[in-house]
Design a protein around this ligand. Structure first.
Ligand code: PRP
Ligand code: URA
Length: 207
């Protein structure tokens, strides 16, 4: 599995805002949008393109269009905080949704929504979730996407734990991970340390 950690001063600044417990909800959302933009820019680097002939006001020239319609898949809830950045960069992308809630004692994901196209073969897919902790949620989503034909899915995460990366790697799935940080590890409640806390709660509030 290819793992790319984004190393950029602006990404480091946005990540620090996200980590800071004093950052209020509105600031958290803004920093997440900014950092997601940088991560998705990198995650889309390999998108297939096709040449297109256009006319400038002065001459004919060759330009570029995306060769296919990418599919962006936020994992609800927290992945929704990254979706506006994906829409801004890839306006023609199709959005699909996977709703997962991690059980607080078993740390296993329970599924409450799977709204994903039946056939993903040949389509570039980006999976959006700010947190890769045990990797259980991402693996559930990735298996669903692979069952529907997705290959080479790019997982876009803000903070990743070594345990989650190892779980994705061990799955043998054809994937790439783009992340802003690989943290120290998980605590005894499977939260990432130092991490940024509960991403969904920090974006939307605790329910
Ligand atoms: C969080 C996070 C990931 C998952 C990561 O979601 O957004 O989906 O936990 O943990 P894992 O790698 O151990 O599976 P959560 O289930 O808390 O739901 P939420 O986004 O609705 O808050
Ligand atoms: N989910 C979160 O939102 N944060 C963590 O640290 C782990 C799982």
């Amino acid at each position: 599995m290819q793992v790319d950690v984004i190393d950029h001063p602006l990404a480091a600044v946005a990540l620090t805002v996200l980590r800071d417990e004093k950052t209020p909800r509105v600031g958290f959302r803004v920093a997440l949008h900014d950092l997601a933009t940088m991560l998705i820019y990198e995650a889309t680097r390999e998108l297939p393109t096709a040449a297109v002939r256009i006319r400038t006001p002065l001459a004919e020239t060759t330009g570029t269009r995306l060769a296919g319609e990418p599919v962006v898949v936020p994992v609800l809830r927290a992945g929704l905080g990254m979706l506006p950045a994906a829409h801004a960069l890839v306006p023609d992308a199709v959005s699909a949704f996977i709703g997962l809630a991690r059980d607080e004692t078993t740390f296993q994901p329970t599924v409450y929504l799977e709204s994903v196209p039946a056939d993903l073969s040949g389509r570039p897919v980006l999976l959006l979730d700010p947190m890769l902790a045990t990797g259980g949620s991402a693996l559930h989503a990735l298996r669903l996407l692979a069952d529907r034909g997705a290959r080479g899915t790019v997982v876009v995460s803000v903070v990743s734990a070594p345990e989650g990366i190892a779980a994705l790697d061990a799955s043998g799935l054809d994937i790439r991970l783009v992340t802003a940080a690989i943290d120290e590890g998980l605590n005894d409640t499977a939260y990432i340390v130092p991490g940024l806390g509960d991403a969904g709660d920090r974006i939307f509030g605790a329910v």
